[in-house]
Design a protein around this ligand. Structure first.
Ligand SMILES: Nc1ncnc2c1ncn2[C@@H]1O[C@H](COP(=O)(O)OP(=O)(O)OP(=O)(O)O)[C@@H](O)[C@H]1O
Ligand SMILES: [Mg+2]
Length: 113
């Protein structure tokens, strides 16, 4: 299992969530966050002065999925984001050791399907 954690623009959230539903994603957590990337939050032709940064509102979307589904889902996220502007988003993928459905005690893959 892998966790796909992506940071996207709030205005892109509905599009991404719809694409995930089409891909059959059956679990997702969403958090409103603030963040910056390589430009340290200076996005309109300004260069970030040394040591300065600006946080911008982003949505963090987290999904734990089967290994076999990762590339398809990552591609669907990228395809659903069309602005291609600086600050569009970033995706992180990390290993997940186990999962537990508390109600039944099912573990691993059985807990996420
Ligand atoms: N290294 C990081 N660690 C944690 N969060 C990050 C990291 N990089 C980006 N983020 C999150 O992702 C959001 C979007 O990042 P962003 O798209 O600006 O990445 P970038 O690498 O600067 O690419 P671009 O050049 O397109 O702006 C940030 O606002 C932040 O919330
Ligand atoms: Mg950036």
């Amino acid at each position: 299992m892998k966790k796909i954690e992506c940071y996207i623009q709030p205005f892109d959230f509905d599009t991404v969530a719809h694409a995930m539903a089409v891909e059959g994603v059956v679990g997702m957590s969403v958090t409103e966050v603030r963040g910056f990337g390589v430009q340290r939050g200076f996005h309109r032709g300004e260069e970030a002065p040394p040591g300065e940064y600006r946080f911008h509102p982003k949505m963090k979307v987290e999904m734990v999925v089967s290994d076999a589904d990762v590339e398809r889902i990552v591609q669907a996220i990228q395809d659903s984001l069309k602005s291609h502007m600086i600050g569009e988003g970033k995706i992180f993928i990390s290993p997940v050791e186990d999962a537990i459905r508390t109600r039944t005690g099912e573990r691993g893959e059985a807990a996420i399907h």
